[in-house]
Design a protein around this ligand. Structure first.
Ligand code: SAM
Length: 276
């Protein structure tokens, strides 16, 4: 297999990926903002819009790192729940004809709380995430679990949504990770992946190459004192399959209604699929 542009053994890849994230963990969030000029926040917000989580869902956020996706998931689903509660309170003050008739036929259930599990192979990343969550007062409905995307420590048919953001390109056997995603999702559950992809516009592609190959390792050295880890991150992006190839891989794993959406001209893509 490969580690960035180098060819390495499978065991070596896993070990080196672990070291990269162990080394970048403390500076990971600052670096994300610096490298992407803050745009990673918009990409993550876009993932949540596609997911559109309703209250009461269980999310498994694999390669969840410092928790960005899970924090957004809890915030989004709670804002939907609060909106529903406000709407219900308003409707109760001025009962409509439909409401009066429905109150005879069915009791509306209270919306239940959502739950997110951040799962990552790297203890250091989870530690930084947990500290962030505590500082922000986000503890309810959130768990942190050390686990490998290729061998998830969860039962079959457990989650409504599986997300993996900027994680799958670091996994040694992508097909195995997709099989695991399918296994832990409930029937009807959704797979969502946010990952760097292929830019089709030649001008944008040249600009993007120049920026990432020349600037990112420099920023890595200046901000985090770590050129090599950031060089790996750029190289691993180039080695990852393009949108169509990855879509085929998700279909081959057994997902249905697979499609993708490009963001920022294909710098990043969101792939989605369902377990039926
Ligand atoms: N999802 C977070 C985000 O978007 O900010 C973190 C992404 S970070 C670029 C990639 C993460 O993948 C790291 O935290 C790393 O430890 C994790 N990772 C790498 N290989 C993994 C594996 N086999 N199983 C689970 N997590 C893995």
């Amino acid at each position: 297999t490969h580690f960035g542009f180098e060819t390495v053994s499978e065991g070596e890849k896993a070990e080196r990926v672990y070291k990269v994230f162990e080394s970048v963990a403390q500076k990971y969030d600052v670096m994300n903002d610096a490298m992407s000029l803050g745009i990673h926040r918009l990409w993550k917000d876009a993932l949540l819009h596609v997911m559109n989580p309703q209250p009461g869902l269980r999310l498994l956020d694999v390669a969840g790192g410092t928790g960005d996706i899970s924090f957004r998931f809890l915030e989004y689903s709670r804002s939907v729940r609060d909106r529903q509660l406000r709407h219900r309170a308003r409707a109760n003050q001025t009962p409509s004809w439909q409401q009066i008739s429905s109150s005879y036929s069915s009791e509306e259930a209270e919306p239940v709380d959502s739950w997110a599990v951040v799962c990552d192979i790297n203890k250091e990343m989870l530690k930084v995430g947990r500290e962030r969550a505590e500082k922000a007062g986000i503890t309810k409905g959130l768990s942190w679990v050390v686990g490998d995307a290729e061998e998830l420590p969860f039962d079959d048919d457990t989650f409504d949504v599986y997300s993996i953001a900027f994680g799958i390109r670091n996994v040694t056997h992508i097909e195995q990770a997709l099989q695991e995603a399918l296994r832990v999702l409930k029937p009807g559950g959704r797979f969502l992946c946010l990952e760097f992809s292929k830019v089709s516009n030649p001008v944008l592609s040249r600009l993007y190459d120049a920026y990432s190959f020349q600037m990112i390792p420099v920023l890595g050295e200046v901000i985090a004192g770590d050129w090599k880890s950031y060089q790996y991150l750029v190289e691993s992006i180039r080695k990852f399959p393009d949108q169509e190839t990855f879509k085929d891989m998700i279909e081959d794993a057994g997902f249905f209604r697979v499609h993708y959406t490009n963001l920022t001209g294909g710098v990043v893509a969101i792939h989605s699929g369902f377990k039926l």
